[in-house]
Design a protein around this ligand. Structure first.
Ligand code: URA
Length: 437
């Protein structure tokens, strides 16, 4: 076998066999195939696509490029949730403790924010002391004691993905369904989980802008997960407007805690309930799966989900007092409202623009190694369908430097479209993909 022949085959739109894909991925992981050939291969895949056999083989090879976490010491089902990324999406902080409080194990290996979209690890790190850099053995310990632990991707898990993702990032080959699928699923399958609930975001603030693309991605992810023996389902949910009201790391932690206290915004609470119920149903024997809804409602009402979050924060070195005292979280030095210039109804609220404004304030990263400011962000005061009087606040900006506020003010204002006639908010959950093709 040689790389040039295989690149040529893919360039011509022909299928690669499982052993050919394994040869390419091994060569990539071990540095035997140079970056320029891997880049050419990625571009060929970008344009020619891959069929389901190839995607499955690619995912398997990427899983086996590293370790599969052995969670065999835990006598219970392990289930995780993964979102394809959006603005204001803090669902992991709510659903992971809820599902762990229900008795399932949630080994959560999460990502950092990049560009306008936020990341679970950054949100958690805004809690003073919270350590997401646990070793695999510490991770397993917290998981055993608390039922849930959060870490970032380690060197050992799917190392092929690191190399491929770094090349995709600089060769304009990120937005490819086969490559996104294999990237996400290789890391999730390597976690050693039994079940996975995916939240594929669609809209202005998501990778996938159209429902058709999102459905395609959701179906491919479900096919691969199930094909690899992990029970997988995928929600497709709206990301035209941000989820909830808070955008920015510590602001989102507050909103997640409020949601665990039963006082969160309606859209965020609804999506968290749906995700948690599905995770619990996947992790339960069939005779108990039907009771998942009741159980999650009880854990939210009783505050047991909140107590679980407190326990996880403590176990990972964070300050658990943030649960009762939000002033212990990083606070921006200034707050200022962005006011509407006309009365009317909010008919559009562009999640991407709000995400970009939040990133420009310092809450997000432009490059993988940029430093972020946990305290800044945007608190939305209105969402699609709400009425607003002239000079009423649309959003409150939390910032630390006047020049940054000046820079983002217009973007925040332009993210809102105010019109004379009321429109309904977009439906939050578009569909649920539960079976393989
Ligand atoms: N998230 C991932 O982990 N990989 C992708 O390719 C896209 C989103």
């Amino acid at each position: 076998m040689n790389a040039v022949d295989l690149i040529t085959r893919k360039r011509e739109g022909r299928e690669l066999s499982a052993s050919e894909i394994a040869y390419l991925i091994d060569g990539c992981t071990q540095g035997k195939i140079p970056d320029y050939q891997i880049s050419a291969l990625l571009m060929a895949i970008f344009f020619r696509g891959m069929n389901s056999r190839e995607i499955l083989a690619l995912t398997e090879s990427m899983v086996h490029s590293g370790q599969v976490v052995d969670l065999g010491h835990l006598s219970g089902l392990k289930v995780d949730k993964h979102s394809t990324g959006g603005v204001g999406d803090k669902t992991s902080l709510v659903v992971a403790p809820l599902v762990a409080a229900a008795g399932a194990y949630v080994p959560m290996i999460s990502g950092r924010g990049l560009g306008f979209s936020g990341g679970t690890l950054d949100k958690l790190e805004s809690i003073p002391g919270f350590n997401v850099r646990l070793s695999l053995s510490q991770f397993k310990g917290v998981l055993q004691n608390c039922g849930c632990a959060f870490i970032g991707q380690t060197e050992e898990i799917a190392p092929a993905d690191r190399r491929l993702y770094a090349l995709r990032d600089v060769t304009a080959t990120v937005e490819s369904i086969p490559l996104i699928c294999a990237s996400i699923m290789s890391k999730k399958v390597a976690e050693g989980i039994d079940g996975l609930v995916l939240d594929v975001k669609v809209g202005e603030g998501a990778f996938m802008r159209s429902l058709e693309e999102a459905s395609d991605l959701a179906q491919s992810l479900v096919d691969i997960g199930n094909g690899m023996g992990t029970k997988t389902v995928a929600f497709i949910s709206d990301m035209n407007q941000p989820l909830g009201l808070a955008v920015g790391n510590s602001l989102e932690v507050v909103e997640a805690i409020e949601t665990l206290k039963g006082q969160g915004p309606e859209d965020l609470t609804h999506l968290c309930e749906k995700l948690a119920i599905k995770m619990l149903a996947l992790a339960s024997p069939p005779e108990k799966a039907g009771r998942a809804k009741e159980k999650i409602a009880h854990l939210l009402r009783s505050g047991e989900g909140l107590e679980k979050f407190r326990q996880i924060i403590q176990a990972q070195g964070g300050d658990p007092a943030v649960i009762d005292n939000y002033s212990r979280l990083p606070q921006a030095s200034h707050r200022r409202d962005v006011l509407t210039q006309r009365s009317g109804y909010v008919v559009a609220l562009n999640a991407r623009k709000i995400g970009e404004a939040s990133m420009a304030l310092g809450a997000g990263r432009e490059k993988v190694d940029s430093q972020i400011d946990y305290s800044v962000g945007i608190l939305l005061r209105k969402k699609i369908g709400d009425f607003v009087e002239k000079d009423e606040p649309l959003a409150t900006v939390h910032f630390n430097s006047e020049s940054k506020f000046e820079e983002v003010q217009a973007t925040v204002l332009n993210a809102f479209v105010v019109g004379p006639a009321r429109v309904d908010p977009p439906s939050l959950i578009k569909s649920l993909v539960e079976t393989s093709r």
